[in-house]
Design a protein around this ligand. Structure first.
Ligand SMILES: [Fe+2]
Ligand SMILES: [Fe+2]
Length: 258
């Protein structure tokens, strides 16, 4: 692990009623499994979890969350999409929290394959509306992120913290020991994210559509599920790069070996 990098839990935003917390990284998570980042939003003493992850991270994430809020005060769990690194811990989380699960309706019938799930606690995002309002008045907006990479994917924008949780978008994998918490030099971060986006994002058409939408939100940070958190000039650096990126079907010959 990079000596310069402090990968313990960080408060990314905080005011009297509302905070947005990165729950830190597990140094062991790089061993044979993709490295993932988890986040907690706290609002007037109630919590929301963003992509809390799979079974093998469950104990660490429970411990990290419990340092900030009792589990029985977690009201919502947001899944950006259906992948196992996002949502395979669903049965465990439903067991230890009273939370409702928010995910694209495309995936609700797939979730029981990760364990015993009460369908009454699953809220398809399309039926939940454009977002949810929390106790302080802060709003969490569901941002369409379809085909990036999942056909049914959402980002979540915390309008009070001005932080966009982007799921896999913006993600990448560090070489072991090279992890950093933040992206402060976007060009230097490109080797971490380039191949991931070229392979996983469906096409430049969908990437550009998302970048246009996100640019209008003017986020101060973009917090992905893998890699590191974009802040300062790296937010615009990333959006400019992604909106011009040829990826997915634009590069189809590459993936067929032509
Ligand atoms: Fe994914
Ligand atoms: Fe992922």
């Amino acid at each position: 692990m990079n000596d310069e990098a402090d990968l313990t839990s960080r408060v990314l935003y905080e005011d009297g009623d509302h905070s947005f917390i990165w729950l830190g990284a597990d140094a062991r998570s790089g061993k044979g499994a993709v490295q993932t980042l988890q986040y907690l939003i706290l609002d007037k003493g109630r919590g929301w979890l963003l992509d809390p992850g799979g079974v093998h991270l469950f104990a660490r994430v429970v411990a990290a969350v419990s340092r900030h809020v009792p589990l029985d005060r977690i009201d919502g769990i947001f899944f950006s999409h259906q992948d196992p690194d996002v949502s395979s811990g669903i049965a465990l989380w439903l067991g230890v929290t009273p939370a409702r699960i928010y995910i694209s309706g495309l995936w609700t019938r797939f979730l029981p394959h990760f364990g015993i799930v009460d369908p009454g606690r699953i809220q398809p995002i399309e039926e939940a509306g454009k977002g949810v309002r929390l106790g302080s008045g802060a709003e969490l907006s569901f941002v369409p992120t379809h085909y990036m990479h999942s056909p049914g994917a959402f980002s979540l924008y915390d309008t009070r913290a001005k932080i966009l949780f982007s799921g896999d978008v913006g993600g990448g994998f560090f070489p072991e020991g090279g992890e950093t918490a933040f992206v402060d030099d976007f060009p230097a971060h490109l080797p971490v994210i380039q191949g991931f986006h070229e392979r996983l994002i469906a096409s430049n058409f969908v990437a550009r559509r998302w970048c246009d939408l996100v640019s209008r939100l003017k986020p101060e940070m973009i917090a992905p599920q893998h890699g590191a958190i974009y802040r300062g000039a790296s937010v615009q650096g990333f959006l400019s790069w992604l909106s011009a990126l040829k990826c997915g079907t634009d590069l189809l010959d590459r993936f067929y070996g032509a």
